[in-house]
Ligand binder design. Structure first.
Ligand code: K7E
Ligand code: CUA
Ligand code: CA
Length: 648
């Protein structure tokens, strides 16, 4: 707190103080009857392959703190932040420390720039009704996580949730494009998501093969109109998806709900924080119990049950569902679930980089609960008296704790939504205090953020390579931090230097509403391709198959683009024809993308070097329509056109 204020002019202080108090109070009032929050992303510092031309902006950081976050023209950032985009339905890539937005990846939304949701290929991934229209064109992404190998990111995939329609999407990190979307059956409010880091049984499989998904909302099972007025029959499921095939492997019926999800480094445990252990159908009911839980799943036991056929299915879904409710799991030695009591209505569960602990934040309790994973395993062996005995610390850290990041040096950094602060606390000292050492003082520092942080996350902080350089506070309110732009404010991602004992605010970066969570990945891990391979696309257009063909009223146009022209100058069809245009970009030059827009037909998409995309539509409007290139590609970009003639 003192730290940031020192950096402000004196005249800012009184106003700032007043505003902070106001925000704290209004958030508190909201809490009395409601929910809250969200988070964000960004940051970094480097290791590995920094090209000489882009010497680290933070090279001086090690001993004396990060002094400059400036990344001058021509230099590159040290980290990628891969973040969610909330109800924009997209994902984003941001360079850190500069805060420059590098890419927006359409996932559950539609994107006219790239043609996502417009081209046949993207529609096939998103899913369509029988008439070819999209199943959904909205989505709500909260949590982005990368695939792992050996406890750190392998640069292969990103996984992200859609809370609105309970879908999971996968993004290839080599192209940074979505390649799969899977609907989770019989769940609603799919929120937390986390890939596993190892197989629970075979340690040789030390990479991601599963992705776990937590569902928040209780619904009738199946949700087909039955039991809609009887909440006692509603339930929540925890879901496991195969990372490779993206098929749903299994689900667990649970008591209470799921929220966020974390996985252990040894692959044996996955946990979710539960704020509705009450199984309530209204807000007051969800806040009734003094304690809720962090629910652990024994992955190996669940998969053994599935293998042994000890499961049911729900409704039309064929996915095996095993029973993880308490009544069916009375003996720890055979139980597949362990409900560890934690503070009231927790939010957030994060794994420490040393692999030992999960930290659950209190939200309605001013505490963080530290759970020792070895003790949870001991409970599953029948050697721990109660589930609660797996708790090894519960420090009071401030008001409205939500999400925790780690520096890899034993310190945790938790967002305090109500206090509008980040608190830095030491895990070992918290454990010592809990054990009775009255001299142990876990809290090391607090810093103001502006305002009301949701997620906070550290550079490489969710891996064994946590490097303790940057921390991103994803703030839910920006108020006066940027020029006003009307009633909707931009969100703030504040970048904090966590190299030293005290935290230091480095920058305010803007974010279009509304990122929640993100990961900060060293740039040497991300290996992208710049040019596609023509033969990756089964429908690629080559000179030998280019041209126009007709079958009945179905017209197929196979066209190529080479700057600055399309290969077919005129396309003639009849009103009522169903037209498919397949376009392959034959340019091989990096960064040479072409577009394809058709006026009055609502068609717009791009083709990157050596890429093929297609669109299908009904030629229902007679006339002349100039197909034109939307993406600046050449001095003759404006002349890059083709006549699309629809004869009446
Ligand atoms: Cu706290 Cu959806 Cu991760 Cu938002 S959730 S902050
Ligand atoms: Cu091709 Cu612009
Ligand atoms: Ca509760």
């Amino acid at each position: 707190m003192a730290d940031t204020k020192k950096t402000k002019s004196n005249t800012d202080l009184p106003e700032q103080g007043t505003r902070r108090r106001f925000l704290g109070q209004s958030a508190m009032l909201g809490l009395a009857g409601a929910g809250l929050l969200a988070g964000c992303k960004e940051e970094p510092a480097a290791k590995a392959s920094a090209p000489a031309a882009s010497a680290s902006a933070t090279a001086a950081a090690e001993s004396t703190g990060i002094h400059s976050i400036e990344v001058p023209p021509g230099k590159l950032d040290d980290y990628y932040t891969l973040s969610s985009g909330g109800h924009s339905g997209e994902m984003r890539i941001i360079g850190i420390p500069s805060g420059r937005t590098l890419k927006r990846i359409p996932v559950f939304n539609i994107d006219p720039m790239s043609g996502w949701g417009i081209t046949n290929e993207s529609k096939a991934i998103i899913g369509t009704h029988p008439d070819g229209t999209l199943l959904y064109n909205t989505g709500d992404t909260h949590h982005v996580h990368g695939s792992y190998k050996d406890g750190t990111y392998d640069g292969r995939w990103l996984f992200v949730n859609d809370k609105i329609h309970s879908r999971i999407a996968r993004v290839r990190m080599d192209t940074m494009e979505c390649d799969k979307i899977t609907q989770l059956p019989n769940v609603m409010g799919f929120h937390g998501i986390f890939p596993d880091k190892c197989d629970p049984v075979d340690p040789k499989i030390n990479y991601t093969t599963r992705v776990f998904c937590g569902a928040e909302f209780h619904i009738p099972l199946p949700n087909d109109g039955r039991d809609v007025n009887d909440p006692t029959k509603w339930g929540c499921l925890f879901t496991c998806v195969d990372a490779e095939s993206m098929e749903v492997r299994w689900q667990v019926r649970i008591d209470g709900n799921c929220d966020l999800v974390a996985t252990s480094y040894d692959g044996k445990l996955v946990g979710t924080n539960q704020y509705n252990t009450e199984n309530a159908a209204d807000q007051a009911g969800m806040m009734a119990a003094e304690r809720d839980a962090c629910l652990f799943f024994n992955v190996a036991r669940i998969e053994k049950m599935v293998k042994d056929g000890k499961f049911t299915t729900i409704g039309k879904s064929k996915v095996p569902v095993v029973d993880g409710r308490k009544a069916a799991n009375q003996d720890p030695k055979t139980s597949i679930t362990c409900y560890v009591p934690v503070g009231k209505n927790p939010h957030g569960v994060n794994a420490s980089p040393d692999g030992k602990y999960f930290v659950c934040s209190g939200k309605l309790s001013p505490t963080a609960t530290v759970i020792d994973l070895s003790l949870v395993l001991k409970w599953f062996d029948g050697d721990l008296k109660t589930e609660r005995d797996a708790v090894v610390a519960e420090p009071e850290i401030g008001l409205g704790p939500l999400h925790t990041g780690f520096d890899g040096k034993g310190n945790a950094f938790t967002t305090l939504f109500l206090d509008s602060q980040i608190v830095k606390w030491n895990v070992d000292k918290a454990i010592a205090l809990y054990k009775g050492d009255k001299n142990a003082k876990p809290i090391i520092d607090k810093i103001d953020v502006h305002y009301q942080p949701g997620h906070g996350f550290a550079s490489m902080g969710e891996t064994k390579e946590a490097d303790g350089k940057y921390y991103n506070s994803g703030n839910k309110f920006s108020k006066d931090r940027f020029l006003p732009v009307g009633p909707l404010h931009v969100e703030t991602e504040q970048l904090i230097d966590i190299t030293g004992e005290k935290m230091r605010l480095l920058a305010d970066h803007t974010a279009h509403p509304e990122p929640h969570d993100g990961i900060i990945v060293r740039r040497d891990i991300v290996k992208t391709r710049q040019i596609y391979n023509l033969d990756e696309f089964p429908n690629a257009v080559k000179p030998e198959n280019a041209g126009i063909t007709r079958k009945g009223n179905k017209v197929t146009v196979r066209m190529m683009s080479i700057a600055p022209a399309y290969s077919i100058p005129e396309i003639k069809v009849k009103k009522g024809d169903e037209v498919t245009i397949i376009l392959t970009n034959h340019d091989k030059v990096e960064d040479l993308t072409h577009g394809c827009a058709i006026p009055n037909y609502n068609i717009c998409f791009i083709v990157n070097p050596q890429e093929t995309k297609s669109v299908t539509f009904k030629a229902d409007k007679p006339g002349l329509f100039w197909i034109y290139c939307t993406h600046f590609c050449h001095a003759l970009h404006l002349e890059m056109r083709s006549r699309f003639i629809v004869e009446a």
